[in-house]
Design a protein around this ligand. Structure first.
Ligand code: GMT
Length: 371
């Protein structure tokens, strides 16, 4: 494979799409390609300089007349500048709105030879794309992309259904660095001296995550066995989670960790991962937990079953009782727990290892460049 100059556009936040985009840029640079990350600030996942990877900030004018500064225009200009100054051959934009529209505009402004791939992540389709103001631009951007990928079969099907697009949407799943996210040294509850089970949830605490259901399920679990809940992340529903925990009398067994830089350290120490989302196109934190050999209990929504397969436990939505029962089944049986953790790790390694998935993207880049 020859070396490519790749532009990657993403949101720089701790959300899964920004994490995946940043990991892709780092992988591309380590693999001998030249990677250019374009965003409004340095992505949070990028901790240190990586040779071969450069960040390009997008500056948005704060002109007083602008009630809503036009980020999409500034991004389009930046993409074109980076193409012209760095010779970027292909752009990969993560999250349709507005990134794919900016790419289209950059292409039009630059005379038409800019090629871009759009990766759909989930809420760009199911939430933002469903809003009347954004439906037509989303459909348009998909049609104008040189190739489109979705992170799960569920999301690809949902996109075709919602937008009636005829364009092929390839499924390329999210990935995990299985060397970084690996089973910890401390061991699971049945290998430790203490018998307190550590349950982890990691998210952006948005309403879609139904964080109160995580707390309710935990309250039921901790009424049966000694347990502690660690909540990693930040977001609007944190106060609500605290209030629910207070009402249920389990607040003293819940730790709020905030946004953790070393989330792998938190996952390595966990005995179980809980997710109560009402919508999840993929569920990247669950994959990271699986890779650490941590069994997951999750609502069976969106693309979650494609990630978990037959590892862990899938439950119905808005049903903390069922979630607690599933968690207790795993936590009260060392054999079942070990078996699920082992199979989760194997699944992460065989289907979602970073090198394998990245090779699918590199092949796609080459196909688009040759077309
Ligand atoms: O909605 C979020 O939680 C953030 C969003 C994002 O932009 O990071 O997450 C979506 O993309 C992730 C990475 O592909 C997926 O793992 C999440 O499942 C997806 N979120 C939803 O579908 C709700």
């Amino acid at each position: 494979m020859s070396s490519m100059k790749i532009g990657i556009v993403c949101y720089p936040t701790v959300g899964g799409s920004g994490v995946i985009a940043t990991e892709m840029a780092m992988h591309a640079a380590r693999s001998g390609h030249e990677a250019h990350l374009i965003s409004y600030q340095r992505p949070s996942r990028l901790k240190r300089a990586v040779p071969g990877l450069r960040c390009h900030d997008v500056q948005v004018s704060a002109y007083p007349l602008f009630r809503f500064p036009p980020y999409d225009l500034a991004l389009a200009t930046r993409m074109l500048e980076v193409q012209e100054s760095e010779g970027v051959e292909i752009f990969h934009v993560h999250y349709a709105i507005p990134h794919a529209i900016s790419a289209y505009l950059a292409r039009a402004m630059g005379g038409g030879d800019l090629r871009f791939i759009t990766t759909l992540h989930g809420t760009d389709i199911t939430v933002v794309g469903a809003e009347r103001a954004y439906t037509r631009p989303t459909k348009f951007a998909i049609d104008q992309s040189n190739a489109v990928t979705a992170v799960s079969r569920y999301l690809a099907d949902e996109t075709m259904l919602m937008f009636g697009v005829r364009k092929e949407i390839e499924v390329v799943p999210n990935f995990v660095d299985t060397q970084r996210f690996k089973p910890g040294k401390v061991g699971r509850f049945y290998e430790r001296e203490d018998d307190e089970r550590v349950i982890v949830h990691a998210s952006n605490f948005r309403p879609v995550k139904r964080i109160a259901d995580v707390v309710r399920a935990f309250s039921l679990i901790s009424a049966k066995i000694p347990a502690r809940l660690r909540l990693a992340g930040e977001g609007p529903d944190k106060e609500h989670a605290l209030a629910v925990a207070g009402d249920l009398g389990c607040a003293d067994r819940i730790e709020f960790l905030g946004n953790k830089e070393d989330i792998e350290g938190v996952l390595e120490d966990a005995d179980l991962f809980l997710s109560a989302s009402e919508s999840e196109s993929f569920g990247l934190s669950m994959l990271e937990a699986m890779s650490c050999g941590v069994p997951c209990v999750s609502t069976n929504v969106g693309g979650v079953s494609e990630v978990l397969g037959d590892t862990g436990v899938l439950t119905s939505l808005a049903n903390p009782e069922e979630m607690a029962a599933g968690a207790l089944r795993l936590l009260e049986s060392p054999e079942l727990h070990a078996e699920n953790g082992r199979r989760g790790r194997e699944r992460a390694e065989s289907l979602f290892a970073q090198d394998n998935v990245m090779n699918q993207y590199y092949e796609l880049y080459e196909r688009v460049l040759k077309a």
